[in-house]
Design a protein around this ligand. Structure first.
Ligand SMILES: O=C(O)c1ccccc1N[C@@H]1O[C@H](COP(=O)(O)O)[C@@H](O)[C@H]1O
Length: 204
């Protein structure tokens, strides 16, 4: 099972994801997001990230135009965008959001992306459950408000369900002393533990 910790903002959070065993770490480059990492901050952050971790980076935005500035400077990163990718972007770099099983099938059949993603929340943390078709789908990450409580709820109802991958962001956050939401090491560790202990690995 592959697990992605998304919406990270600094080297400490990226190191936590790496040390805990998350498979991917995501940076939101969408200017309307509260997790937005501006270009200049991203460039110095990217320089400080150990080279061997870089191919595990995912850049996230709702629009291609916001991603393109960053995508040029870090060719290793995967790109998660909520509008179609231009033709010149290789499918091996794309994570394509899908909302229905038919879209996942098309994505696989036409090899339009390396991974697909079922995400109804776009970082809002809104939980709407997971439709039954989402399990055991090659290359499909599931996301949308996954937190300790939601994962535990899912595990109680559907222990042993097989998944290819999970993608978490809001559910890994807590408030820091100034009231801003930041990734929380304990939540990151606990969510990963719940996933690994309760669901079957749907990776080939
Ligand atoms: O995090 C954001 O603000 C965001 C903005 C625009 C597009 C996607 C965004 N987040 C991604 O959405 C999924 C699910 O997040 P959550 O667990 O519901 O918070 C994840 O990939 C986020 O990185």
């Amino acid at each position: 099972m592959l697990v992605k910790a998304c919406g990270l903002r600094n080297l400490q959070e990226i190191s936590w994801a790496h040390d805990l065993g998350y498979n991917f770490w995501g940076i939101v480059v969408d200017p309307n997001s509260k997790r937005y990492v501006p270009t200049q901050d991203f460039e110095s952050l990217w320089d400080s990230v150990p080279t061997e971790w870089r191919s595990r980076c995912v850049l996230v935005a709702r629009k291609w135009q916001w991603l393109s500035i960053y995508a040029r400077t870090c060719g290793e990163a995967l790109l998660q965008c909520y509008e179609p990718f231009p033709d010149f972007v290789a499918p091996e770099r794309c994570i394509l959001p899908v909302t229905r099983e038919e879209e996942w099938q098309i994505c696989r059949a036409q090899q339009r992306a390396v991974y697909s993603l079922y995400d109804v929340s776009l970082g809002s943390g809104e939980w709407q459950g997971l439709p039954p078709w989402c399990s055991d789908k090659a290359g499909l990450f599931v996301a949308g408000g996954l937190s300790e409580d939601r994962l535990q709820e899912l595990a109680t109802k559907e222990r042993g369900r097989r998944f290819f991958g999970f993608d978490l962001s809001s559910g890994l956050e807590g408030d820091d002393v100034s009231g801003r939401s930041r990734k929380d090491y304990r939540k990151m560790a606990e969510c990963l533990k719940i996933i690994r202990n309760n669901f079957l690995d749907g990776t080939p």
